[in-house]
Design a binder for this molecule. Structure first.
Ligand code: ADP
Ligand code: ASP
Ligand code: MG
Length: 424
């Protein structure tokens, strides 16, 4: 008998009909004789709706209260799913994060799981029940409710799979796997059979929200293989695992894009040693993650420094940069949120020259201006105007022939078979 952890995301639980459908799927797996732990996200857009609601009563809600409110979304889901299972005659019990023993640090809204005390979950399984666990939430040693960052139910699933020594960790969403680019933006994108932890972490951190970054990081640390599958269709999905260097490793495995980017420019900065240090040290002290950085050439002892941050950090970053600018004698600070980031990712990139040229060439041919660039061993990112972001993703995807790599055709055919035609 296998122990399987399944996670269903918000779009898989958007309506009561969706909940009943997921329940039927879970009940089938239970009937097949598996021990099942099911992690559920909040229904549909509930988390966004709750955040909007909070925005109506508070401009800067305390992070603790944000977590108290957001945690209710997942609690509603698990109760509904457990009741729907009961209705089907499938024994089930729902658990909040704290009931499930998900213990975290105290960093509200971005808490990290420190330990899982899975005693109650094991007891439910021993009674023959499906354990339905609220994703995205945990509790601190002081009993404070925390959440794990957007998309955090994926991380709950991986943490439980690791703690319970599960035989499988299946993450169900509205796509049937990890694609070479977001299929909503690039219709020709291909499903990948296997993606390494390293590549998936890079894709996730660069905006591919199909899996949360922390979930992949945790899976890599504990050797948990993740299977990304569709709630709505059957199919082999994508395996995310610790693959040894694949032989036919393409230079670029996928393209990711991210709209959650704001550019901040500090203008008229005196060109002296220590200035960049003072600016970025101030940002670091405020826990603001800086991504891309560019410093213009000096003109008469003055230059400009531009950097990017996540959009949710932009307001605070702007305040901190303005204070630092006054201190270092810079002229002024401006913000630009009309940007987006396109990235090409692949572990095979390091050993192949010309990848950057191919990417820049594709953007040039599409008439898309590059505002900033950053690179690592396995990725190249370019900042472009947001209104050209989707064109940029398609151009880069085409330039690396990602729609046409082996075993592309098999993948495309399978997709055609198991995805109902739009409108059918
Ligand atoms: P869930 O609500 O189930 O957690 P998400 O919305 O978080 O699901 O993730 C699934 C979505 O991720 C898909 O609908 C798809 O648009 C998007 N996505 C972005 N990049 C990719 C990619 N490379 N492969 C597959 N899906 C992707
Ligand atoms: N409901 C949370 C969110 O929308 C967690 C998740 O879906 O994984 O981010
Ligand atoms: Mg998600």
């Amino acid at each position: 008998m296998a122990l399987v952890v399944q996670k269903y995301g918000g779009s898989s639980l958007a309506t009561p009909e969706h909940v009943r459908r997921v329940a039927r799927r879970v009940a089938r797996a239970h009937e097949a004789g598996h021990d099942l732990v099911v992690v559920a996200s909040a229904m549909g857009d509930t988390t966004d709706d709750l955040l909007a609601l909070l925005g109506r009563v508070s401009r800067r809600p305390p992070a603790r209260e944000v977590d108290m409110l957001l945690a209710t979304g997942e609690q509603a889901s698990v109760a509904l799913l457990a009741a729907a299972l009961d209705e089907l005659g499938c024994p089930a019990a729902s658990f909040t994060g704290w009931q499930a023993g998900i213990l975290t640090d105290g960093v509200h809204r971005k808490a990290r799981i420190q330990r899982v005390d899975a005693g109650r979950i094991r007891a439910a399984l021993a009674r023959g029940q499906v354990a339905v666990v609220a994703g995205f939430q945990g509790v601190t040693s002081e009993g404070e409710v925390t959440t794990l960052g957007r998309g955090g139910s994926d991380t709950t699933a991986v943490a439980l799979a690791a703690a319970l020594g599960a035989d499988a960790c299946e993450i169900y969403s509205d796509v049937d796997g990890v694609y070479t680019a977001d299929p909503r933006v690039v219709p020709e994108a291909r499903r990948l059979e296997v993606v390494s932890y390293e590549e998936m972490m890079e894709l996730a951190s660069l905006g591919a929200q199909v899996l949360q970054f922390r979930a992949v990081e945790l899976a890599a640390a504990h050797g948990v293989t993740i299977l990304a599958l569709s709630t709505f269709t059957e199919g082999p999905g994508t395996r995310i695992t610790g693959v040894e260097a694949l032989e036919a490793n393409p230079s670029v495995r996928g393209v990711a894009h991210d709209r959650n980017v704001t550019k901040i420019v500090v203008l008229g900065v005196p060109d002296r040693p220590g200035i960049a240090y003072r600016l970025f040290a101030a940002l670091g002290e405020h826990h603001i993650n800086v991504d891309m950085i560019i410093q213009s050439a000096s003109r008469q002892g003055i230059n400009d420094i531009a950097f990017t941050v996540a959009r949710d950090d932009a307001e605070r970053a702007l305040e901190v940069a303005r204070e630092a600018a006054a201190e270092i004698g810079a002229e002024r600070v401006v913000e630009d949120s009309g940007v987006g980031k396109v990235s090409a990712v692949g572990a095979g990139m390091a050993s192949r020259p010309g990848v950057a040229a191919t990417m820049f060439g594709a953007l040039a041919a599409a008439g898309i201006n590059i505002e900033m660039i950053s690179t690592s061993e396995i990725k190249i990112s370019c900042l472009v105007r947001e209104e050209r972001l989707e064109d940029a993703v398609r151009a880069v995807h085409r330039a690396f022939r990602l729609d046409a790599q082996a075993p592309d055709n098999a993948g495309a055919r399978r997709r055609a078979l198991d995805t109902p035609a739009p409108g059918s």
